[in-house]
Design a protein around this ligand. Structure first.
Ligand code: PTJ
Length: 263
């Protein structure tokens, strides 16, 4: 780790996560824009209370249920998620038979190699989406992300796109894929266009997905379907924004400010 973070530092967890992203950037895993993306995520995490909310838990359960029911699920990997939770990506992939596919917005061969290495070090045996593999194109997508692996996103009916910019989700939906995203910003295009949006930090959400995948693997189809049926993403996003408003209102209260400032 770059700097020693005192164990009693009030912002220790957040600083440790930052260090992972900085190290990932130094190792070419994270794009320079990934540092900015992380900062935006940090701000939204502050607003939701830096903890997994009941709403996020519910969305996570529905997401895992849909993943277990999918014919051909796939986990899309970018620089930020690889630097933050490589082991959990591999664990979830193995538990659900969903391959990992590297799919980058800011593509550089050097980054692809660094991400592949990090995933392999975390235990991945097979990684899709690398330059030596065949590729096909997602129509209506002009960014570099249009290039996908025919054995991964190409043939998938279900795609996990953890934290990313909003151009791809719409395109994936248009070609009939079920999209699950993890995004701290409930107002992002990705959040709005996904089938299921988990408004949580990937560092908390990915281990939770692993936990639920272990637990729910033995469930019947009917039980999994029931979980998805009772989930509504528009309500989920509305309630997530409401939760942020309530948190801010509470913080704006006189009592809170007085306590924080003078105790
Ligand atoms: O590795 P690449 O080249 O594929 O590039 C990846 C980034 C993330 C740089 C690229 O997709 C991008 O520019 O994304 P955006 O448009 O900045 O969107 C990132 C979204 O993720 C924002 O809505 C952030 O609030 C959210 N976010 C950031 N960090 C986290 C997060 N959501 C969950 N957990 C986080 N740790």
């Amino acid at each position: 780790m770059g700097i020693e973070i005192p164990p009693d530092h009030p912002r220790r967890v957040s600083l440790e996560i930052r260090e992972k992203i900085i190290e990932g950037h130094q190792a070419s895993i994270v794009a320079t824009a990934g540092l900015l993306a992380h900062g935006r995520g940090e701000a939204f995490d502050y607003f939701i209370g830096e903890a997994t909310t009941e709403l996020a838990e519910r969305a996570t359960r529905a997401a895992v249920a849909s993943m277990l029911l999918a014919r051909s699920p796939v986990i899309s990997v970018n620089g930020n998620v690889c630097s933050l939770v490589p082991e959990d990506l591999v664990r979830l992939s193995k538990l659900t038979n969903a391959p990992l596919e590297i799919n980058l917005f800011y593509y550089r061969k050097e980054r692809e190699d660094a991400i592949l290495k990090a995933l392999q070090e975390a235990g991945a045996e097979r990684v899709l989406g690398t330059h030596d593999r065949p590729s096909e194109t997602i129509p209506e997508l002009s960014s570099n992300r249009r290039k996908v692996d025919p054995d991964g996103i190409g043939k998938a009916d279900w795609v996990l796109v953890p934290l990313e910019d909003g151009d791809r989700t719409e395109a994936l939906r248009k070609v009939g894929k079920f999209v699950v995203t993890i995004d701290l910003n409930p107002m992002s295009r990705t959040a709005v266009y996904s089938n299921i949006t988990i408004v949580d930090n990937v560092v908390r959400c990915m281990p939770l997905m692993v936990k639920y995948a272990k637990e729910m693997r033995s469930w019947t189809r009917e039980r999994l379907e029931a979980l998805i049926k009772e989930f509504n993403n528009s309500d989920n996003l509305r309630e997530s924004i409401q939760l942020i408003i309530e948190n801010l209102k509470q913080r704006a209260g006189n009592e809170y400010i007085a306590k924080e400032a003078f105790n």
